[in-house]
Design a protein around this ligand. Structure first.
Ligand code: LMR
Length: 338
């Protein structure tokens, strides 16, 4: 009975994939700012950010600018959205840092498994000189400006069976983002990886094309992976975060006052969204537990086995990433590296 109640209350929280706010049509003469992303529009750090940003722009810049949000891959997948931006067909995009290898390998540091302890550590690194420099990794060659880092959370591993020690993942197949570091991470577990678009993961789990998945609590909840998996192991094994991009040509095309007002609203909203990302993931962790989804915590000894297994992944990419950058990222953690 309680599970039914929890499922009903969850359905009310999740709602539909449609934008969380009434998306009024833009008025004649307003600057139209389109924002396409791949997750739900609410109960999710990136979805909440896009919703908050659109509400502020459409209220405070009414008559001057109008933001239209296209969540849940309605318009583009992450690979497509960057192509669209380069063609001048999309104004704002926020792809995962793991999905930019086609343009630059400089974001691979963020993909190293077990690198960051928590979002606070990520924030310390991204706000550092090296982190800020990385934000513009694509500006020279592609003209896309990193407006800021947006945080989702750390990811966890699930399958149709409990995963406690790494050998539990042997011979399973997991979907990964378009990231060679993630492929190496999954293969280090003795499993196989298949690159899939985010919107393909639920169906692949449902028909058994893949055996498990790895994502944040918010994405596991809002994309309903809990419906086709028995539970998750709280591995915190890899970061899920984004860069919010705009094209320099578009930014330069704006009237100075419009650009200044938009960027002020953007920066304030980004700061607000990042401040609540960890809380949103914690709330979504509890919502998953409330509907009977098993959340398995690892003992320090069990977790150490996963961390040890992933060390070779660091060595495989450290020459390209640079030991200095890895050490700068590690230094952002509160505790000493493992
Ligand atoms: C994924 O593909 O798992 C993520 O990029 C989805 C997201 O949070 O953007």
């Amino acid at each position: 009975m309680w599970r039914t109640f929890a499922a009903i209350s969850l359905a009310m929280v999740l709602g539909s994939a449609a934008p969380a706010f009434a998306q009024e049509p833009c008025k004649p003469g307003e600057l139209v700012i389109n924002f396409s992303h791949v997750v739900q529009s609410t109960v999710d750090p990136k979805g909440d950010f896009a919703t908050m940003l659109a509400e502020r722009v459409n209220t405070e810049m009414d008559g001057k600018a109008c933001m239209q949000v296209f969540p849940y891959s309605q318009l583009f997948d992450d690979d497509q959205v960057m192509e669209a931006m380069l063609m001048g067909d999309m104004e704002i995009a926020a792809p995962s840092l793991s999905k930019l290898e086609a343009y630059t390998h400089r974001y691979r540091v963020f993909d190293l498994p077990f690198l960051f302890e928590d979002i606070d550590a990520v924030d310390r690194f991204t706000q550092s000189e090296k982190g800020q420099e990385l934000l513009q990794a694509m500006s020279d060659e592609y003209g896309v400006v990193g407006l800021g880092y947006l945080y989702e959370g750390l990811k966890h591993l699930s399958a149709g069976r409990p995963l406690v020690v790494p050998s539990d993942a042997n011979r399973l197949k997991f979907p990964v983002q378009n990231s060679d570091v993630s492929v190496a991470m999954i293969e280090a577990m003795g499993a196989s990886a298949q690159k899939l678009e985010f919107r393909e993961v639920y169906g692949a789990l449902q028909i058994g094309v893949v055996d498990g998945q790895e994502n944040s609590y918010s994405n596991i909840l809002t994309s309903r992976f809990f419906e086709v998996q028995d539970g998750v192991t709280e591995t915190n094994h890899q970061l899920l975060a984004y860069v919010v991009f705009a094209h320099q040509v578009w930014l330069d095309s704006l009237d100075a006052d419009v650009r200044e007002q938009f960027l002020t609203i953007f920066n304030e909203t980004l700061q607000e969204a990042n401040a609540q990302a960890a809380k949103t993931n914690e709330e979504n962790r509890q919502r998953l537990i409330d509907v009977g989804y098993a959340v398995r915590e690892l003992t320090p000894e069990q977790r150490a086995k996963w961390v040890d297994l992933m060390r070779p992944v660091w060595r495989k990419f450290e020459e390209e990433i640079g030991v200095d950058l890895i050490e700068a990222a590690e230094a952002a953690n509160q505790s000493k590296p493992d």
